[in-house]
Design a binder for this molecule. Structure first.
Ligand SMILES: Cc1ncc(C[n+]2csc(CCOP(=O)(O)OP(=O)(O)O)c2C)c(N)n1
Length: 353
């Protein structure tokens, strides 16, 4: 695992200098976002256990909260994200309401897909969230397409941040997308959430390079493999990659080394204990990004311990209220099942029996 420089010196690197721009309010926002991510997952897992949520699989990002918070804070409203299944809290940080995300989880009429699809298979272009799908790796060329369109439209200050797991970097389309982005210097930042397992496949069976950031040199672009459980390190490198993209210098890869604390999804939790060494799980639990950051904030006298409740009660209430909102929201009506499927304005004929 990459380690962070403990004592900052005058010879800070370009990416480290971004930390100095953070205000006290920014630090609290990073802390809040990490807790919101944790509570989002824990609340849904609890609701499922209690049968108050009876559908779908839950792909938790527990342990990966530093990535959710650190990559989302530097984004501007006119940027876009191309997220994947473990990024549900980031949909919210990019501008979608927690209520609409919860309605998607419960399949309600108010959900972006109006109950037609599950979990992260949704998007909202008005918030800058590109629709996420199950086709891992294929999200990269789609993100490149959006970045290309931004360029053609002259929107030089807008970037696309695409997320992927380390497993999906082995897909052919991933390579084609990254190569295309590099050749055309597209404003793309790729965040690799390297949580050490692609379902039950460990990294040494997934790639033979030292890490997935090493692939960047094959595309002729910068790649950093960083401590993905250190929210400030994630924030710094995302900020640097975004600055490069906005300046027209093209894409970069930020690989965040982290750990998938639970199974692939909730149905895999028990089995996951079997395919991972217990010592490995315990070692990574000690790297929990939330207490690590809390300790940093207190040690560096940015906050007093009493100012950092764990969890912050207002965040807990926000998540619970949004879940209750979805539970009480109306179910979709049957006739809406065939709506928004075909673009009839483009002459596509509606399916009929
Ligand atoms: C093209 C494709 N192949 C297989 C799958 C099935 N699948 C869903 S998630 C997953 C594991 C992905 O691992 P990784 O990319 O490392 O992300 P993680 O789930 O670990 O965050 C697989 C194999 C899929 N959705 N799409």
């Amino acid at each position: 695992m990459a380690t962070r420089t403990k004592n900052r010196t005058n010879s800070q690197t370009a990416e480290q200098r971004y930390r100095d721009h953070l205000t006290k309010a920014d630090h609290y926002e990073l802390y809040r976002r990490m807790w919101l991510s944790r509570l989002f997952d824990e609340t849904l897992l609890d609701f499922k256990k209690k049968a108050r949520l009876k559908r779908g699989n839950l792909y938790a990002s527990i342990g990966q909260e530093a990535i959710n918070a650190g990559t989302s804070l530097p984004l501007k409203p006119h940027d876009y994200i191309s997220p994947i299944h473990r990024d549900m809290p980031i949909f919210h940080f990019k501008g979608m309401s927690l209520e609409s995300i919860m309605c998607q989880v419960w399949g309600k009429a108010e959900a972006p897909t109006r109950g037609k699809d599950s979990w992260s298979h949704m998007g909202d272009l008005s918030a800058g969230v590109i629709h996420s799908t199950s086709m891992l790796g294929s999200t990269i060329p789609v993100a490149c397409g959006v970045a290309w369109a931004l360029r053609l439209d002259g929107k030089t200050d807008s970037c696309v941040v695409a997320y992927t797991g380390e497993g999906a970097t082995a897909q052919g389309v991933f390579h084609e997308g990254m190569n295309f982005a590099a050749v055309h210097k597209l404003p793309l930042v790729l965040i690799v959430e390297n949580n050490q397992y692609a379902y039950s496949t460990p990294t040494h069976l997934g790639y033979a390079t030292e890490n997935t950031a090493a692939r960047a040199s094959g595309y002729g672009i910068p790649g950093w493999s960083i401590d993905g459980n250190d929210v400030l390190e994630v924030y710094e490198h995302t900020s640097l990659a975004l600055a490069r993209a906005r300046a027209g210098d093209g894409p970069s890869i930020v690989e965040c080394m982290t750990y998938r604390v639970r199974g692939h999804a909730d149905h895999d939790d028990t089995r996951a204990m079997g395919y991972r060494p217990v010592e490995e799980i315990e070692r990574w639990q000690k790297e929990d990004p939330i207490p690590r950051y809390r300790e940093y904030l207190i040690k560096n006298k940015i906050f007093k311990a009493s100012e950092l409740p764990s969890p912050p009660p207002d965040v807990q209430k926000q998540v619970l209220d949004a879940a209750e909102y979805a539970i009480n929201a109306p179910e979709p009506e049957a006739h809406t099942a065939m709506e928004d499927i075909y673009d009839e304005s483009a002459g596509v004929t509606k399916w009929s029996k």
